[in-house]
Design a protein around this ligand. Structure first.
Ligand SMILES: Cc1cc2nc3c(=O)[nH]c(=O)nc-3n(C[C@H](O)[C@H](O)[C@H](O)COP(=O)(O)OP(=O)(O)OC[C@H]3O[C@@H](n4cnc5c(N)ncnc54)[C@H](O)[C@@H]3O)c2cc1C
Length: 477
């Protein structure tokens, strides 16, 4: 395989809102290379439905701050939440300056409402296709000093003198080595590690592994959000919480309101609703008879339901993996604990979500912290002696078995026995120096799942040695 060399000032890994926000705001004196694993549109950002929260039209950001903290059960960091909500007031106008056109009704912004928000403050575009529209507009505005490469899998970060100075990867044809003055990880969350998720399949926790391998600190990576309402018929897809904000209620087969006990009803915080729905025996539906102008406001959902012959009045739902609150530990400007390495968006733990993210705060986080990263970047070039590294030597069949196993333990109540067995099984894998793109990609996923598995064990007061000493299962026993 041939070797392709690239040199840039800023390397941004990812093509979602976090990556694009950084790219839009980096000074034009810097050369920027933005690389992404698939097409640019293969990102959770493009799937975002409900919209972006902002207190733009409120007298102050205090209520947004309070709602964010309350949804997190007071585990989010006040100062970071304040920063998010305050800067978030400007975000709507800033995006408009880049050409984003938020939905309006009679000249006024058409604001949505979602779970645990005490008021309507969700700005959306194209009804429930906010992510697709925002991303298309912003990507169109990327300036000439930003070079974009699609279908690039980054598999390792390069180091020199304790500083990250670039990365290696694969294009579809060649091995790639990139020297960079600063590297920004914007690789998103982890949902793509399993099938029952709302997430894009390219979003598989790679950033956690890349960062951890160079010694960057990770935080709270077991803090995962399960969205209460994925479409329960066919391939899982998100049914936006904005539908409940517009009047839909969660009902059981007999038509009883399953969240009737909660003061906020169907609009209770996500973790509460997901827990109730997971424990519920029998099917749960979103009953939409109270939703006005359903097809106009939720065109994406309408089209999906029609294609799957699902009754729009009674939409079957069940919870699924949606969002990672924790991630790479960063300061308020996205600096990780390793020089030269920055992290932003869902891959980073900025502290704004605590143990439960308030709906529609994530796009806002990408924008607010993406801008901060762009202004904080400090460049220093260095040359690293890259070797090819190693990868797990797995066949596709074995890899798929591991994926199925991950799906068994990465649930709303993580199954410790399955975690043990998974760790035992991966522990037995051998590594090869003949690293292909496919092996590198599978290795990143298995290592990301191992990081999570080990973190869940740690919560139980166990470590891997306990597991490998105590269990003697063979692979996939
Ligand atoms: C269905 C759905 C609906 C949502 N709705 C909303 C909403 O309405 N409002 C809201 O605020 N939030 C919403 N969210 C959450 C929000 O969309 C995400 O948290 C946010 O978009 C994350 O942006 P990001 O830029 O950090 O990552 P992403 O947009 O996920 O982008 C990550 C990028 O990194 C690339 N990548 C990953 N690994 C590598 C690698 N090794 N090499 C190269 N590239 C790599 C991926 O291909 C991808 O391009 C939703 C999420 C989903 C899944």
């Amino acid at each position: 395989m041939s070797l392709q060399l690239e040199r840039t000032d800023v390397l941004i890994i990812g093509s979602g809102l976090a990556a694009v926000t950084v790219a839009l705001h980096v000074p034009d004196t810097y050369r920027v290379l933005l690389v992404t694993k698939g097409c640019v549109t293969e990102a959770n950002s493009d799937l975002a439905q409900g919209g972006m929260a902002s207190a733009y039209l409120e007298p102050t950001s205090e209520t947004h701050i309070r709602d964010t903290l309350a949804a997190s059960k007071w585990t989010a960091q006040l100062e970071r939440v304040r920063l998010l909500a305050e800067a978030g007031r400007e975000a709507i106008q800033e995006m408009e300056q880049f050409g984003v056109v938020f939905d309006r009704e009679d000249e006024q912004y058409a604001l949505g409402r979602e779970g645990a928000h005490s008021t309507s403050r969700i700005f959306h575009v194209g009804g429930d296709e906010t992510g697709r529209h925002i991303m298309a507009t912003l990507r169109d505005r990327l300036p000439g000093h930003v070079h974009v490469m699609e279908h690039v899998l980054i598999d390792r970060l390069l180091e020199h003198d304790g500083r990250v100075v670039g990365a290696t990867g694969f294009t579809r044809e060649a091995r790639l080595q990139i020297e960079a003055g600063a590297v920004v990880l914007a690789t998103g969350g982890i949902g793509g590690l399993l099938d029952w998720t709302s997430n894009c399949r390219t979003v598989t926790g790679d950033g956690l592994v890349l960062a951890q391998r160079v010694g960057a600190a990770l935080k709270n990576i077991t803090d995962l959000q399960f969205h209460p309402t994925l479409l329960a018929s066919g391939t899982p897809e998100l049914v936006t919480e904005a539908l409940r904000g517009a009047g839909a209620t969660l009902v059981d087969e007999a038509g009883r309101h399953v969240m009737a006990h909660h003061p906020l009803g169907s609009l209770a915080p996500r973790d509460d609703v997901a827990a109730v729905l997971t424990a519920h025996r029998g099917h749960v539906y979103l009953e939409t008879s109270q939703v006005a102008r359903m097809t106009e406001r939720f065109p994406k959902l309408t089209a999906t339901c029609q294609a799957r012959q699902i009754d729009l009045a009674l939409i079957p739902v069940r919870p699924g993996l949606h969002f990672q609150m924790g991630g790479i530990a960063v300061d308020e400007d996205g600096r990780t604990s390793v020089d030269g390495l920055y992290a932003v968006g869902e891959v980073a733990d900025t502290g704004v979500h605590g143990k439960n993210r308030l709906a529609s705060n994530s796009l806002l986080e990408c924008w607010v912290f993406g801008k901060r990263v762009a202004s904080a970047l400090e460049l220093k070039h260095g040359i690293s002696d890259a070797d090819g590294g190693t990868a797990y030597d797995v066949t596709d069949e074995v890899f798929q078995s591991f994926r199925r196993q991950i799906g068994k333990w990465l649930t709303i109540s993580p199954a410790i026995d399955e975690i043990r067995s998974f760790l035992e099984n991966t522990h037995q894998l051998t590594r090869t120096k003949h690293v292909t793109r496919q092996l590198a990609e599978q290795t990143l996923q298995l290592e990301a799942a191992r990081l999570l598995a080990l973190a869940f064990l740690e919560l139980e007061g166990l470590d891997e040695q306990d597991v490998t000493a105590r269990t003697a299962h063979g692979v996939f026993a």
